[in-house]
Design a protein around this ligand. Structure first.
Ligand code: MG
Length: 177
C-alpha cells in the first residue's frame, strides 16, 4: 500500500533568531520566531510524514504550550515523528519540499539541506528534494517578514507488514466476539 502526505508551515522572521531549514543553519540577518527552534521545513516534513500515515500532526505530538518543546531541536522532532511512522510499518519512497522566502537563497544550501533531512530520516539524500522560491516581493513572505515551507511525501507499507497487521486485527476481532 502507498500513501501520500502533505505538510505546510509558516514562521515569522525576526532579527536575533537562527534561520534553520531541515536542521541546517543558514547565515541570515533574520531567523524563525517560534516556541521550538522554529525550523519551518522540519515542521512541514513532520506533518507530511504523520499525515500520510494518519498518525496526527506536529501540534498534537509536540504541543507548543508544553515547556518540553521550548527551543527544541526540530531535527530531533523529525526523528521522533519518523520513528512513530516507521513503527507502523511505513518506509519513505520520497519527500519533496518547497521553501518560500525572499532571502536567504535556498539553492546554494540545497544539497546540505537534503543531506541533513535524509540523515534525520535515515534515508539516501536521493529520496529527498528541496526547492527554493521567492514570493516576487508580494505580501509578508515577499517582504522578508515570514518563511513558508511545503512538503509532500510518499510512503510505502510492505505487503508483509500489512498482512501481519490484518491478521492481528482479525485475531483481536475474534477475541472480542
Ligand atoms: Mg512550525
Amino acid at each position: 500500500m502507498m500513501r501520500a502526505g502533505l505538510g505546510r508551515d509558516l514562521h515569522r522572521l525576526v532579527p536575533g533568531r537562527r534561520f534553520l531549514l531541515g536542521g541546517l543553519e543558514i547565515p541570515s540577518s533574520r531567523g524563525e520566531l517560534g516556541h521550538s527552534d522554529g525550523d519551518v521545513l522540519a515542521h512541514a516534513v513532520i506533518d507530511a510524514l504523520l499525515g500520510a500515515a494518519g498518525l496526527g500532526d506536529t501540534g498534537e505530538l509536540f504541543p507548543p504550550a508544553d515547556p518540553a518543546w521550548k527551543d527544541a531541536d526540530s531535527r530531533e522532532l523529525v526523528k521522533a515523528a519518523w520513528q512513530r511512522v516507521r513503527e507502523a510499518g511505513w518506509k519513505l519512497v520520497n519527500l519533496d519540499c518547497v521553501v518560500i522566502c525572499e532571502e536567504p537563497q535556498v539553492l546554494p544550501h540545497r544539497e546540505a539541506i537534503r543531506s541533513s533531512l535524509a540523515a534525520a530520516l535515515g534515508v539516501s539524500p536521493a529520496a529527498v528534494f528541496v526547492k527554493g522560491k521567492t514570493n516576487e516581493g508580494l505580501g509578508p513572505l515577499g517582504q522578508g517578514g515570514a518563511v513558508e515551507a511545503l512538503a509532500v511525501c510518499l510512503l510505502e507499507q510492505d505487503e508483509g507488514a500489512s498482512r501481519e497487521k490484518n491478521a492481528l486485527f482479525f485475531t483481536n476481532l475474534e477475541k472480542k466476539a
